[in-house]
Design a protein around this ligand. Structure first.
Ligand code: NAD
Ligand code: UDP
Length: 338
């Protein structure tokens, strides 16, 4: 298959490009590098020994997207491109709605005009909102999101569902990711956040590498085994493999499926800190602080549908995630910048 990955230079996109190329597919990337660097694509080529056709363009730019589709035949698109920082989305809601919704609409319109009607979309567990119960199943009612970023995911899901209702030729897979961490085991590609990270694992690795002083643990009074927040952390390499299965699945049927990509196991903040320290032999100083606004106590997936429909399940352990996150950070203390 020839797959177009929008946002393919980013954290999840770059790992998925590796998985697609290793599975024998051809890959084209379109990215405007608003949150990534060309070096990531170069390293994917270096890791796989295969080449990637790269377009530097904004997915909201209709003419640029038309040109890409004129010049290529794609069997499917994986739409990763989007802005993803929750806090920033609260500060800059219009930028988030414009970029995320407009890019999805433009990509779908151009796809439809070129007769490419298979799309895998990067959604998020955030669309479940504040859960009444865990584990989270795809058929549970989504009560609404707590920030503009989450709403863009929610709305794009609805847009893609509507597209399937309107035209029976579309094949859509909405992947709801839980908490992707880790990195390729080579240590050559990984997560490269701008500035001070908001998410737990990149914050921990920045503390471990000495760029930040200590981790602030956001609350230890939740109704969880040790009082700290529980999440479903999934190794990005497992997540990437899930996309290859999703593309295969998209080829076999039409319609729309929502599928969780998680492990089904929840770990607390202190589980992550303790495992990171143990497997890497490095201390992560932390301070218990107040809860972060908008956080929920526990969030983890019911991963059964992915196993049944995609024939995929996560295989890597929390130890693997901690080891691989650290190898990437240690080898690339400044990310992709020299
Ligand atoms: P990322 O920021 O590393 O990758 C996103 C990529 O999209 C970047 O390379 C960025 O430059 C590009 N991009 C953004 N807007 C674009 C546009 N208009 N045109 C072209 N390129 C554009 O993020 P990621 O962690 O790899 O996430 C990939 C997708 O998965 C995103 O849609 C994100 O919202 C979603 N997601 C991520 C997580 C997570 O925790 N990382 C969880 C759930 C969902
Ligand atoms: N967390 C924390 N300190 C940090 C960042 C995160 O204690 O500096 C906690 C957070 O409260 C949550 C968990 O780690 O319980 C995962 O947070 P993250 O932002 O990575 O993911 P999300 O909240 O989006 O699931």
């Amino acid at each position: 298959m020839h797959i177009l990955t929008t946002g393919g230079a980013g954290f999840i996109g770059s790992h998925t490009c590796v998985a697609l190329l290793e599975a024998g597919h051809s890959v084209t990337v379109v990215d405007n590098f608003v949150n990534s660097q060309k070096e990531a694509v170069r390293r994917v080529e270096e890791l796989t020994g295969k080449s990637i056709k790269l377009y530097e363009a904004d997915c909201c730019d209709r003419d640029a997207m038309e040109k890409i589709f004129d010049e290529n035949h794609f069997d499917a698109v994986i739409h990763f491109a989007g802005l993803k920082a929750v806090g920033e989305s609260v500060q800059q809601p219009l930028r988030y709605y414009r970029n995320n919704i407009d890019s999805a609409l433009t990509v779908c319109e151009v796809m439809g005009r070129h007769g490419c009607k298979r799309i895998v979309f990067s959604s998020s567990a955030t669309v479940y909102g504040v859960p009444d119960e865990v584990p989270l199943r795809e058929d549970m009612f989504c009560k609404g999101c707590t920030n503009p970023y989450g709403w863009t995911k929610y709305m794009i899901e609805k847009i893609l569902m509507g597209l399937c209702d309107s035209d029976p030729e579309w094949s859509v897979v909405l992947l709801r990711y839980f908490n992707p961490i880790g990195a390729h085991e080579s240590g050559r590609i990984g997560e490269n956040p701008n500035g001070i990270p908001n998410n737990l694992m990149p914050f921990i690795t920045k503390v471990a590498v000495g760029q930040l002083d200590h981790l602030n643990v956001f609350g230890n009074d939740y109704d969880t085994p040790d009082g700290t927040g529980v999440r479903d952390y999934i190794h990005v390499v497992d997540l990437a493999r899930g996309h290859v299965h999703a593309c295969d699945y998209a080829m076999t049927r039409t319609g729309c499926d929502i599928i969780n990509l998680g492990t089904g196991v929840g770990y607390s903040v202190l589980d992550i800190v303790n495992t990171f320290e143990k497997v890497n032999g490095i201390k992560v100083p932390y301070v218990i602080g107040p809860r972060r606004a908008g956080d929920v106590a526990a969030c983890y997936a019911d991963p059964k549908k992915a196993a049944e429909v995609l024939h995929w399940k996560a295989e890597k352990s929390l130890e693997d995630m901690c080891r691989d996150s650290w190898r990437w950070q240690k080898n690339n203390p400044n990310g992709y910048s020299a």
